[in-house]
Design a protein. Structure first.
Length: 209
């Protein structure tokens, strides 16, 4: 079963408390989403593998640690996931960035892919799929399946707010994908919104409400 980590860092909890407030405008909301993503990235990369490398300091030769292998990739689910990319890149500037676009078919309610562009070497990278909200889990599960179908082997999912229903779906469909959550909320309402949540993250990031 995948590991589910709910962040308990005081700064993360504080900033999530701010973005829940309905009076917070797009500029501040966008900034906070980026800052939360940066802090979550720090926590979620704790167990990355390191290797020894021989270097020269100005004083003498020595052995240091650096990330092992082909490093990382960040793949936001469009469009709200874009709000988390900059914060992730603050922490891991060498990461490559892919994009996945999905929409929900109004008839079947199933996610449909409309865009997918990944770094060519994604199969060799540790890939972080990011989306601020994990509600029903349908889009996240579909996005991860798309990555697997394209040969990506090591995937982690990161969201700022999650509902228990979405976490359950992720564990059911992708038990090999670790999930990192800023705050685990109570439930989904009849419209599929997370309660208490923060409304529509995409609208609040891009000011399209």
């Amino acid at each position: 079963m995948s590991k589910v980590t709910v962040m308990d860092h005081p700064l993360i909890r504080h900033k999530i408390g701010i973005i829940r407030r309905k009076e917070v405008g797009s500029k501040d909301f966008r900034q906070m989403i980026s800052e939360i993503a940066m802090l979550m990235c720090y926590e979620a990369t704790r167990d990355l593998k390191l290797q020894d490398v021989e270097i020269e300091t100005p004083i003498c030769p020595t052995t240091v640690k650096e990330l092992q292998g082909k490093k990382l990739a960040v793949v936001p689910i469009l469009r709200a996931g874009l709000g988390m990319v900059e914060g992730m890149l603050e922490m891991i500037p060498a990461a490559k960035v892919g994009h996945i676009g999905l929409y929900r078919d109004p008839e079947t309610l199933k996610p449909v892919e409309y865009y997918c562009k990944l770094p060519a070497d994604s199969s060799e990278r540790e890939v972080f799929v990011v989306d601020p909200m994990l509600a029903t889990g349908g889009s996240a599960a579909a996005a991860i399946q798309m990555l697997k179908d394209k040969g990506v082997k090591r995937i982690r999912f990161m969201c700022i707010i999650a509902a228990p229903e979405g976490v359950a779906k992720m564990q059911e469909e992708h038990p090999d994908v670790d999930v990192y959550i800023g705050a685990l909320d109570d439930h989904l309402n009849d419209h599929g919104y997370i309660v208490p949540g923060l409304g529509d993250a995409g609208d609040r990031i891009f000011g399209t409400k």
